[in-house]
Design a protein around this ligand. Structure first.
Ligand SMILES: Nc1ncnc2c1ncn2[C@@H]1O[C@H](COP(=O)(O)OP(=O)(O)OP(=O)(O)O)[C@@H](O)[C@H]1O
Length: 358
């Protein structure tokens, strides 16, 4: 069954007062429960697009529908209660405690104290910051990453069906950013919230997005597809330029080890290296194969759900898996020069023990 469309942009255009065209004839549908990552170079209209959905910016022409209802005819205050909004640096109220910050919208909606307090506790648990420690703190008593998480908790307070996030992890250092991304992915799966995530970081988009929409300057939609399809088969030179190098490693992170990638377990050299699980990310399999000493002939055992060894994986198996992933994403993996195939070839080039790829 086709996913339900929650947000629909229909030929939306935004020209600012000074004549700058930020968004040009943009048509795009966001499906229920998905994370749609909106990416593109600086100034390509990502934030403008996001802010038109919750009416912080009014479109010049075109229509934006939320659950089939034209947002321009919806009361903006009522609209924003249905749409959570998280921005970089969060914008927490500095003189209010964490608890009061998260309670902002519930208070506007007239929730009683008991219900609000229970909800604050739930949300703090959800973002991994226990109420006993954090509820009474002020924003200046939190780290940047903690503030960011409170921003997410605040945006989710009334369980909005839609969450708009504008560079939500932009202000934190790379290592913690990764951690927040993992947390966010977990929370999104748990809540099922439909999310539009603006980022200029293709890795973040590939990691978190169910689909990626790539915009180019002037707010033109270049491609909207799954992360693998975008990485393996960029629709235009502008998309290819934006993705830049490194798409093989991103594809490794997105594809999984499947039964068809395996060879027999017979040739595993003893003592056997630590196994990889069927269904593991190719990144993990790649790292396991790359770490093998030469004597192991570049072969790791693969275990099934029961923990039994069901086969072995080599660098060529990983290459095959990447080609399959590229294939499934729409590229022609066999074609010389197909971006997926080239990227894959480069990715496995230095793995010890692999046969040369002909
Ligand atoms: N209020 C405004 N008045 C005039 N031009 C604006 C205004 N806001 C944004 N713009 C312009 O519209 C274009 C799109 O801006 P927008 O902020 O939507 O891009 P973006 O893709 O989110 O950029 P970034 O990644 O740098 O945040 C830019 O050229 C910007 O200068």
């Amino acid at each position: 069954m086709a996913a339900r469309t929650v947000i629909e942009l229909d030929s939306v255009r935004k020209a600012y007062g000074d004549g700058t065209v930020a968004v040009e004839e943009l048509s795009l549908a966001v499906h229920e429960h998905e994370v749609l990552a909106l990416v593109g170079p600086s100034g390509c209209g990502k934030s403008t697009t996001l802010r038109m959905v919750n009416r912080l910016v009014e479109p010049t022409s075109g229509r934006i529908l939320l659950d089939g209802e034209d947002v321009t005819t919806t009361d903006p205050v009522a609209l924003r209660r249905r749409i959570g909004y998280v921005i970089q640096n969060v914008g927490l109220f500095p003189h209010r405690t964490v608890e009061a910050n998260i309670s902002t919208v519930p208070a506007l909606l007239g929730w009683d104290r008991k219900r609000t307090r229970a909800r604050v506790g739930e949300l703090l648990d959800l973002v991994g910051l226990p109420a006993a420690t954090y509820a009474k703190r002020y924003p200046h008593e939190l780290s940047g990453g903690e503030r960011q998480r409170i921003g997410v908790a605040r945006a989710l307070a009334t369980d909005p069906p839609v969450l708009l996030m504008d560079e939500p992890f932009g202000a934190v250092d790379p290592e913690f950013r990764r951690h927040l991304q993992t947390e966010f992915a977990r929370i999104q799966v748990e809540t099922g919230t439909t999310v539009v995530l603006v980022t200029h970081d293709i890795d973040e988009a590939a990691r978190l997005g169910d689909r990626i929409a790539v915009l180019s300057r002037g707010g033109r939609l270049e491609q909207v597809a799954s992360p693998l399809a975008v990485l393996a088969h960029p629709a235009s030179d502008r998309v290819r330029d934006f993705i830049g190098d490194g798409s093989a490693s991103r594809m490794l992170a997105l594809a999984r080890v499947q039964q068809t990638d395996l060879e027999s377990a017979d040739r595993i050299v003893q003592p056997a290296p630590a196994p990889v699980r069927l269904g593991a990310r190719l990144t993990d399999a790649f790292e396991a194969v790359a770490a093998l000493p030469g004597a192991a002939m570049g072969r790791v055992p693969v275990v099934g759900e029961s923990g039994d060894v069901i086969g072995s994986l080599t660098a060529d198996g990983i290459l095959g898996a990447l080609r399959r992933a590229a294939d499934a994403a729409g590229a022609d993996p066999g074609a010389a020069g197909a971006p997926g195939a080239d990227a894959v070839r480069d990715a496995v080039e230095d793995v010890p023990g692999r046969e040369p790829v002909v």
